[in-house]
Design a binder for this molecule. Structure first.
Ligand SMILES: Cc1ncc(COP(=O)(O)O)c(C=O)c1O
Length: 371
């Protein structure tokens, strides 16, 4: 084979997914593994979504609705947008791809932070764009540095708010001030995958920002059904933006980008307030309980506005991650992100959280951390 692959593709490091539970059980000979590594919903999926999926199973010989009509309508109605301001993606990941495809060509610049969600930089690299990657400051997006690095070639700025992996947010006042200065040729993408878990007074008024974009930069909000709605496995997310920006994304979108099951599941999940509230309550209670218990073990827990949080374990995070795998508990080491002693934990069910604390206690003792 004499393949001719461009350098920008060759040099991409594939996205590192969390370890699958089956693989862990096979490799480490453990049973009943639990995964608290990928910020998924511990309470499963909305029962109404599952029912909607069942009701649609006999209709899979037909293509899905390419316009995502009912889902677009349901989101628009719920959030007060007009349908032409809503884009649906095969996960919000896909909308990140649409944005880069639509706005970035060879040599154009995209500003992101490090560490933050890894997909932005990867997609820019595929497109032949230039990644301007700026370090977080005190684990937060450094808006001053981002502003200073805007050039005539800057097309997009990605801000995950809350940030993954630090679970920190941008203060609304600071963001509004920043947006008022960003030049009009730039589109600022607020990736709000975890918005449902944020304190209300920290949430950004994306409605006003998108509706009143005259004379300033474009703003896009990305949301997902993967977290608070428990539909990570079926892949569906959405974006809110001006009709003009949405029009460009429709140009690069494939006609049936969101499958039929995902569409009906998302519509049903949006209306399932009971499941949504249960998720938020369970996450809040689980977060408080876990942070209290883990602090008592001598570790430092960082505040979080999401369904996951960082913990400084006082020793090598990857060694701890490995030790936890032998207990059948999957978490994430943040060593590769530049935080050598830090792990990331997703809040689980009461039973999962208890199991995590027991395993963590044993592993910290075995490794003599915090001794
Ligand atoms: C900040 C952030 N954005 C986007 C995503 C992707 O979400 P989706 O499942 O909708 O593609 C994730 C997933 O973990 C994330 O953490």
């Amino acid at each position: 084979m004499k393949t001719q692959v461009p350098e920008n593709i060759k040099s991409i490091v594939p996205y590192p997914p969390g370890k699958p539970m089956d693989e862990l059980e096979r490799e480490y000979g453990v049973t009943n593994a639990i995964k608290l590594a990928s910020n998924e919903n511990a309470w499963g999926s909305s029962p109404k979504a599952i029912e909607a999926i069942r009701d649609t199973l006999c209709d899979l010989h037909r293509y899905p609705d390419g316009s995502n009509f009912y889902l677009v309508q349901a989101i628009a109605d719920k959030l007060g947008f007009s349908p032409d301001e809503v884009i649906i993606g095969n996960g919000s990941d896909e909308i990140i791809e649409f944005l880069v495809k639509a706005f970035v060509q060879n040599g154009d610049e995209v500003i992101t932070s490090h560490p933050s969600f890894l997909m932005y930089q990867k997609v820019v690299q595929v497109r032949g764009g230039v990644n301007t990657v700026l370090p977080l400051k005190n684990m937060r997006h450094d808006l001053e540095a981002i502003f200073t690095n805007i050039t005539d070639r800057t097309r997009l700025i990605f801000l995950d708010n809350p940030n993954n992996p630090t679970a920190t947010v941008i203060k609304p006042v600071a963001l509004y001030e920043f947006l008022s200065k960003v030049p009009e040729h730039v589109v600022v993408v607020l990736d709000e995958a975890y918005v449902d878990f944020m304190d209300y007074d920290m949430q950004i008024d994306v409605y006003s920002l998108i509706k009143n974009s005259k004379g300033r930069c474009g703003v896009v909000s990305l949301r997902t059904f993967s977290k608070a709605y428990g539909l990570a496995g079926i892949r569906v997310g959405f974006g809110l933006m001006s009709a003009e920006v949405a029009g460009y994304l429709h140009r690069v979108r494939s006609p049936f980008n969101v499958n039929k099951l995902a569409q009906v599941a998302a519509v049903a999940a949006l209306g399932d307030t009971e499941f949504y509230e249960k998720t938020l309550k369970g996450t809040k209670e689980g977060m408080e309980w876990l942070q209290k218990k883990i602090t008592l073990l001598g570790c430092t827990c960082y505040p979080s506005q999401t369904n996951f949080f960082l913990v400084d374990v006082g020793g090598d995070a990857t060694a701890l991650y490995e030790a936890m795998l032998y207990k059948g508990v999957i978490i994430r080491s943040m060593k590769a992100y530049g935080y050598a002693n830090v792990i990331r934990i997703t809040v689980g069910t009461v039973e999962e959280n208890q199991r995590l604390v027991i395993s963590l206690t044993e592993c910290l003792a075995d490794l003599s951390y915090n001794a």
